[in-house]
Design a protein around this ligand. Structure first.
Ligand code: ATP
Length: 343
């Protein structure tokens, strides 16, 4: 059975008047790629720092591998933190940077070097050991920071927006590499990000943070397909809310509903209205955004309400896109795609 790498129980931390972490309960499993996702100021970095031991909680309990570590110093915890700015020593070579933690632990020199080289190979930086950090690109520096984290084989790696400083292309490439690396070494990764796409792409599971609390924990698909709150629906992906009044008309039930834009089919207004288990609504296309692989339509529904629908451009021509502007259309979606949000 899979063990629990990290368990947080009713964790709380305030800075003056600000309740940065306002009661967090969480279990992260051994070997998981786990992301903490949320907007700026939602408390994810503070949780990470509490787990690392850089901050002391006001209340609550932190366990690593079943052992309470709440009061322990950072070096007494079997975790390693990778910061966004990498925190490499500029005067040391890459190899010395990577081997440093082992030196502190008095690992013999030959073993230190062998393990540093192995860690550099894991991040595909063989042959770079003699350089200094200033002689590396941003992506390479990122890899050195990872090698330095991996060399001591911690049980848990904490990563605080490690890709935040990289440009988009490199960032996407590193996302793939980081995920592959995590699979290879099997260490639990806890990854802090405010980028929902990054969290969806990389994670086994995600915790979505909202104002110091966790709004939802689940797999990327669970979070996206079944958002637990309106906040999660809007922060992860495009929210497409049917308010109570529109929902009563279209869904035929009380409450607020969310429909992901790609679940909505856009048809000619004259298309057949009825299809079993489907809901249909007519409306006017208020805006068209052509995105290459998809086209995004904003539709004002007859009788009130507005929905975004995203169409795959499977056989769409430029003329088709132009023809959408101001057109009357029929929208249709399967009933199960209207997901009720607890208010
Ligand atoms: P970001 O993505 O911007 O890093 P975050 O979700 O990681 O945001 P935290 O850094 O955990 O959020 O901050 C949560 C709240 O606690 C914020 O309102 C922040 O201003 C406050 N805070 C964090 N650290 C401190 C500190 N050392 N002193 C005072 N306030 C702090």
């Amino acid at each position: 059975m899979q063990g629990i790498a990290i368990r947080l129980h009713d964790l709380r931390k305030s800075f003056g008047e600000t309740a940065a972490v306002a009661g967090v309960d969480l279990e992260i499993r051994d070997g998981e790629f786990f992301s903490m996702l949320g907007p700026s100021g939602s408390g994810k970095t503070t949780v990470l720092r509490l787990v690392a031991g850089f901050e002391t909680p006001d209340a609550g309990r932190i366990e690593l591998a079943g052992q309470e570590v709440t009061g322990l110093a950072p070096f007494e915890r079997d975790v390693h933190t990778v910061f966004q700015d990498y925190a490499l020593f500029p005067h040391m070579t890459v190899e010395q940077n990577v081997a440093y933690a082992l030196k502190i632990r008095k690992v013999p020199k030959a073993e230190r070097l062998a393990r540093a080289r192995e860690a550099l190979a894991e991040v595909r930086l063989e042959g770079y050991g003699a350089r200094r950090p200033a002689q590396l690109s941003g992506g390479q520096r990122q890899r050195v920071a990872l090698a330095r984290a991996l060399v001591g084989r911690p049980r848990v790696l904490l990563l605080d927006e490690p890709l935040g400083a990289l440009d988009l292309k490199l960032r996407e490439q590193m996302q793939g590499e980081l995920k592959a690396l995590q699979r290879e070494v099997g260490i639990t990764f806890v990854f802090v990000t405010h980028d929902q796409e990054e969290a969806l792409t990389m994670s086994d599971r995600i915790a979505v943070f909202d104002r110091g609390r966790i709004a939802q924990v689940g797999t990327p698909a669970e979070i996206y397909e079944r958002p637990a709150t309106p906040f999660v629906a809007s922060f992860v992906g495009t929210s497409n809310l049917l308010d109570a009044e529109v929902a009563r008309r279209l869904v035929g039930a009380p409450g607020t509903y969310n429909i992901r834009p790609e679940k909505i089919r856009v048809l000619k207004e004259s298309a057949e209205a009825d299809e079993p288990d489907h809901t249909t609504a007519t409306g006017l296309v208020a805006d068209v955004v052509y995105l290459g692989d998809t086209t995004r339509l904003l539709v004002d529904l007859d009788g009130g309400g507005r929905l975004t629908a995203v169409q795959q451009n499977l056989e769409t021509s430029a003329e088709d896109v132009a023809a959408y502007r101001g057109a009357r259309v029929r929208l249709r979606w399967h009933r199960r795609h209207a997901v009720r949000l607890p208010s």
